[in-house]
Design a binder for this molecule. Structure first.
Ligand SMILES: [Zn+2]
Length: 348
């Protein structure tokens, strides 16, 4: 199987690699169409590890994929060859206690694409459980299908926030995930969303969406801006999506009494925050790890036209130019939100 392989830190190759292709009765076989490059893929490329997950042997990258089904196992229902699909990249052990208690995304034995030692999906074909494969309606392109994975993070954050209609939300960080969170907050009923960053380019892209108000924190105080917009009340929900330890300084100044803080970004290490400031507002603090049970909802929002992720696809590269795509992603151009690799050209 031809694949983009991370041989070791800073060394990629396009080459043949043997991948497990045994198909069970509840699996489907999928020809990969498009794969988005995620910050985590780039992090493995540049550093060879994320926390305890270390690339010790060659690993196929990629986990944000769409494709076309070519075969289904005997027990599969509702998915047929020819169906266009996107795939949830983490396969938990559904018999584990964590899964049985309703938290399959936290299952310690989850096999997640392109998290060492599990191979990713930047290859021509994969076998995947039907239960984690989602049909795309005709109006959702395969390019959009490959955006469902990062969108799922935003949707899960908005779900855990418990956003009420008309709520005021703040998103700290206008990277790909921050923008996905802002769009999800709007889709969940937020009346307005303020998104903050220090990148003029990213704020401009986020600000193209009606309802999203960009705020450059180099130009003033975010807390003052939020106070202005809410007559001093504060935001009902604050999403921390930058992962910057500095974002935690005075973060509760942004929040309305009994508001909710959702921690989405992953800081590089431990951070401290003002507990008493949180208590004084009885802040509710939620965290997320990846997502659970949001893929079909994400697809439904794309199908309805309520959320348009197409403006976030900054560029796409042919499969054979995957290494160039990763080099560009590693540059971190400020106007690049999502880069995609077209694995199968003929697939729409
Ligand atoms: Zn991702």
């Amino acid at each position: 199987m031809r694949a983009l392989v991370l041989e070791e830190k800073l060394r990629l190759s396009m080459r043949e690699i043997e991948l497990p292709m045994n198909m069970g009765p509840r699996d489907v076989r999928i020809r990969i169409a498009r794969v988005g490059i995620c910050g985590s893929d780039v992090h493995y490329y540049k550093h060879g590890r994320i926390g305890p997950f270390v690339v010790n042997e060659p690993m196929v990258l990629g986990h944000e994929a769409s494709g076309v089904v070519t075969a289904v196992g005997d027990e599969v229902q509702g998915i047929a060859p020819g169906d266009r699909v996107c795939m949830e990249p983490g396969i938990p052990d559904m018999a584990s206690r964590t899964s049985r208690e309703g938290h399959y995304n936290l299952d310690p034995s989850v096999r997640f694409w392109a998290t060492p030692p599990i191979h990713g999906c930047l290859t021509s074909e994969v076998i995947h459980p039907a239960a984690f494969t989602f049909k795309l309606p005709a109006q959702v392109s395969l390019a959009e299908g490959a955006m469902v994975e990062p969108f799922a993070v935003g949707l899960y954050a908005a779900t855990k926030a418990g956003i009420k209609p008309g709520a005021m939300a703040v998103v700290i960080g206008a990277g790909p995930i921050g923008i996905m969170v802002a769009l999800s907050a709007l889709a969940a009923g937020a009346g307005q969303v303020v998104i903050s960053d220090v990148s003029t380019e990213k704020l401009a892209i986020a600000g193209e969406y009606p309802g999203i108000h960009p705020f450059d924190i180099r130009g003033g105080s975010l807390a003052e801006r939020v106070a202005d917009l809410t007559a001093g009340w504060g935001a009902d929900v604050v999403f921390e999506a930058s992962g910057s330890p500095r974002a935690f300084e005075n973060i509760f100044d942004l929040l309305a009494p009994a508001g909710t803080l959702v921690l989405v970004g992953m800081p590089p290490g431990a951070v401290s925050f003002d507990v008493v400031a949180a208590q004084a507002k009885e802040a509710r603090i939620e965290t997320i790890f990846r997502y659970a049970n949001v893929y079909s909802k994400a697809v439904a929002l794309l199908a309805s036209g309520k959320v348009d992720l197409k403006p976030l696809i900054s560029a796409s590269f042919p499969f054979e130019q995957s290494i160039a795509a990763f080099e560009r992603a590693a540059e971190g151009r400020p106007a690049d939100i999502k880069l995609q690799i077209v694995v199968e050209e003929s697939a729409r």
